[in-house]
Ligand binder design. Structure first.
Ligand SMILES: C[S@@+](CC[C@H](N)C(=O)[O-])C[C@H]1O[C@@H](n2cnc3c(N)ncnc32)[C@H](O)[C@@H]1O
Length: 247
């Protein structure tokens, strides 16, 4: 498929998703987060709900995060800085699995990074490696502006196209507990990232992806690879069996 045609298909999918989102009840999705995740993670819905409550009460995080969101909005930067619902899902996953090593693509202002790093802070350990393009985000702020100072030491930013950076990074990092895709959502790129990450995920580790409702790719990929999976709002969560992929 030519690049132009691929872009047109992607634009169509985005428009269709925009319409579908009006029908989606995100309130209900959020209500069901713990039940959905409990089908995938080694934790009960009650345990997962306790992590949701813990997140709500994390004052050091919310104070800093709200200030930084306000700074970005005040600067007039037109971007979605508030992936609140999906950020909580990642927080809960990282707490439930005590994620130590995570790799993410697509940082922008770092909403997801902030949530993963907050969970690592509460876990008492961990490192998040994040990949984004060399030039930096639009506007006066740097990549990861939303990340609170308190957990910044756990964050390593790698600048470059994920196609080039990811294979070497994953080799270097070793076994990964969480891989999160949120960069280029065109299908060949998403597929490339899922496939590249899969062989580096630890037994019991998680493949997570944002914007999974753009296509059937996440569902098909997890099904083909026998991964137990669920979707909450716009985030897909799939888990490698705890005794490895041959289980
Ligand atoms: C939707 S934004 C990410 C939002 C972010 N995860 C958050 O939590 O706010 C997408 C990001 O992916 C980056 N990106 C796009 N194509 C990429 C590629 N090929 N490799 C690495 N990053 C890419 C863009 O520069 C942009 O910052």
């Amino acid at each position: 498929m030519s690049g132009r045609l691929r872009d047109a298909v992607y634009a169509l999918r985005k428009a269709r998703l925009g319409l579908e989102r009006r029908r989606l009840d995100y309130g209900e999705e959020t209500e069901e987060r713990a039940e959905r995740l409990a089908r995938v993670l080694p934790a009960t819905a009650e345990e997962l709900r306790a992590y949701e409550r813990e997140y709500e009460s994390l004052e050091w995080f919310h104070d800093s995060y709200a200030d930084r969101v306000a700074e970005i909005h005040d600067a007039g930067v037109a971007t979605d800085t508030t992936h609140w619902r999906d950020g909580v899902t990642l927080y809960v996953v990282c707490r439930a699995l005590e994620v130590e090593t995570a790799v993410e693509t697509g940082v922008l202002y770092g909403s997801f990074d902030a949530h993963v790093l907050a969970a690592m802070e509460e876990n008492g350990g961990g490192t998040l490696h994040s990949v984004d393009l060399p030039d930096g985000p639009p506007g006066p702020f740097e990549y990861g502006h939303l990340i609170p100072d308190r957990c910044r030491d756990r964050w390593e930013l790698h600048r470059g196209d994920a196609r080039e950076v990811l294979p070497t990074l994953l080799e270097r990092v070793g076994s990964v507990d969480l891989f999160l895709h949120d960069s280029d959502h065109r299908l060949p790129h998403m597929r490339f990232e899922y496939e590249t990450a899969l062989s580096h995920l630890a037994a019991g580790g998680v493949l997570a992806s944002h914007d999974v409702r753009l296509s059937r790719l996440f569902d098909r990929f997890t099904c083909t690879n026998d991964l137990r999976a669920c979707v909450v709002c716009d985030t897909g969560i799939a888990r490698i069996p705890s005794s490895g992929r041959t289980e």
